[in-house]
Design a protein around this ligand. Sequence first.
Ligand code: HT7
Ligand code: ZN
Length: 858
Amino acid sequence: PPEIQRSDYTPFAWLIPTIRMEFDLGLDKTRVVTRLDVERNPDADASPTIRLNGDSLELVSITCDGGDCAGHMMDGDDLVVTLEGERHTLEIVTELDPSDNSQLMGLYASNGMLCTQCEAEGFRRITFFPDRPDVLSTYTVRMSGPKAQFPVLLCNGNRTDAGEEGGTHWAEWQDPWPKPSYLFALVAGDLVARTDSFTTASGRKVELNVWVRDGDLDRTEHAMESLKRSMKWDEETFGREYDLDLFNIVAVSDFNMGAMENKGLNIFNTKYVLADPDTATDGDYDGIEGVIGHEYFHNWSGNRITCRDWFQLSLKEGFTVLRDQLFSQDMGSAPVKRIEDVRVLRGVQFPEDSGPLAHPIRPDSYREISNFYTATIYNKGAEVIRMMRTMAGEERFRRGTDLYFDRHDGEAATCEDFVKSIEDGTGMDLTQFRRWYSQAGTPKVRVDLEHTGNSATLKLSQTIPATPGQPNKKPMPIPLKVALFDRQSGENTGEELVVLDQDSAIFTFDGFLQKPVLSINRTFSAPVSIERDVSRDDLVFLAAQDDDPFARYEAMQELMTGYLVGAVTGDLDDAGCKTARGDIAQAMKSVIEDDRLEDLMRGELMSMPSQAYIAEQMLVVDPGRIHAEREALKADLGDRLASQFHALYDRVEGLPFSLDAHAKGARKVKTLVLSYAAASDPAKAAELAAYQYDHSDNMTDRQGALMVLAGLDSPERTDKLQDFYNRYAGNALVIDKWFALQASSLHPDAIDHVKALRGHPDFTLKNPNRVRSLYMAFAANPSAFHAADGEGYDMIADLVLELDPINAQTAARFIPSLGRWRRIEEGRAKLMRDALERVAAAPKLSRDTFEQVTRSLG
Ligand code: HT7
Ligand code: ZN
């Protein structure tokens, strides 16, 4: 497959102002009649033909202006039609088999209902069309089908008409807003709705529906409340109002991603809709609020202003992730949310940025766009916009976004359009800042603090590592929030923002008789990795005293990471290890005993750095060693702080269930205490976890207890896993948890458990949630996946080969775990490469998997 280049963009030669579609719906056979009004685009070079994209489509017929269409031919999957005049009407008939569509792109059947997924290039699996985001049309859609089978018929926009004849009914929908084909959606099925309404700031009453299968209705309250909160927040924070009279959300159980922002008809993975305390964890509740917000916010950042081409994906995704992050910050604990977002960035995006799949947030080329729905486009994209906000300040940033929404409403825009609007709206010069869009790789910032006389001198320098296709980088503006603390008083002189925009720079701060303690990159103001020689005393000081909660968290992480890297590499001798562990225990003790802290924040401070984050600090890693040292530190802390951990558990144990921050914090620290205990005193931990499991009245406590038990070799493990399965049999989302808990467990036989679960009657390759629950969890399980004999790598290669013909998008998402071979010790690296080569040698691979494997071996 050819590589598509960003530099090759040209506007499409034709406009398609209106499109009418008629769907005669059936699970095994759906007939689609599409009428396109096409006219020449005055802003593009003229072309004698129009290329209509198709993918695995069968053309039943085509007419032009009501007559024969002599000048048409197939070019691969595309239909190319010769057109002579200025404007024409093309009518195209296609026939589909939705139940045979296991790729879950285009129109497909899920659990007896019909639904669509058109982003990025799924519309071309429904009909022939210029399936590119810069072709905007207004859609009128008529859907008809057997009423008994599909009592509910939904599409984008507003329902304008409906009727019934015999057992067949139909509905006609009109979407007044011009949109690209990737935002088209329809749903037909036997669904029930939770209905509510929202009145916008200008007084428009909007009907809101959350559609689910019968029986799931009482698990939709949180989704509906999240939607109403999102609508209000977007009005207050970004001045954005909803623009239709109806907003529908539909939950489906077979879905490749989290959700989809189709205009007026969002389609969601059930995972991001259904929740009640018995079946959903606090994390699930937060995930629902975040994803509902994200998809809703797309109505402006994505739908009203869409992307000119897919290279601009971060225009809508980076900005919308930032918007959903700020929303969640405002709805709950802002520092805790910031810590969670940074953890995802460093655990997923940093490794991507330092591996073979690294790409800028605005890529220059791709073969398969589905492979670019990455943490870089989404999460780093959000960080880049957040930096502009930090430099501008909230108020000025709002002027920039207002200008962007005003200037580009109704257009297919570019990242450059966004930056220019922020530049013009805020008055900032972002010339050099634009490099964040074109350069891949996580900048490293070297930090040194010197002290002479009464001055503290901060020396900063930046390097941006080489990434595929980008050997040399230029310096980028890096905004770093800093504060200097007096060691005695614990006070600081106020936070300042310094911007490092050269290779190196020096900043001087006066008025310090003694060397101060430096707190830097507060709130994680820039997505960089900081390198500095900092004493453990300073870290202990910051962990206990810093007034920026993120910086406190960071100091704890740095303390533990520094120790673990030293222990793994052997840089720390036995005596050094012992003192370091003592310092960590002292810092952890002050965190446990600090009664000014909320438990939700305490939980963050008590959390150990992830295996992925520790690995990221080293050039080449031995995953087995990291895992062993991390577990040993956990055990040591569990031993040393046993009484503090138990006191903490006892303090929070009796708190009744609620979804407020206080109760959520209690649940978080309880399970953390169990996991420290599991490392230091497994028998006691098993007893305590079994007790928590039996007495819990909510999924957070129950899952936390089972997670700890799943890693232990104890009789309680088998009992409780069986109980959990029996208790929730038939609830797919909870059974997903059951698979994931076992696949991610610390149990020494986890790899055998996964092999056995592969044959479980509830396992299927057809459902992406189930595949991810077993195999994504396994691929992220450091000790099982990195088994020294390479069995874990083979299991993932086997999975990819089997899954690729069924669901290529999901299959390709497993390749990055093998693609990190260059950063793994020699023995395992060879086995990982062998597994990749075995995949690459398969006679027929999807474009998705082919691209990822080739880049990973590259
Ligand atoms: N914009 C949506 C992307 C998406 C998607 C992409 C490829 C294949 C399937 C997909 N489902 C949803 C989701 C979002 O970012 O809001
Ligand atoms: Zn999105």
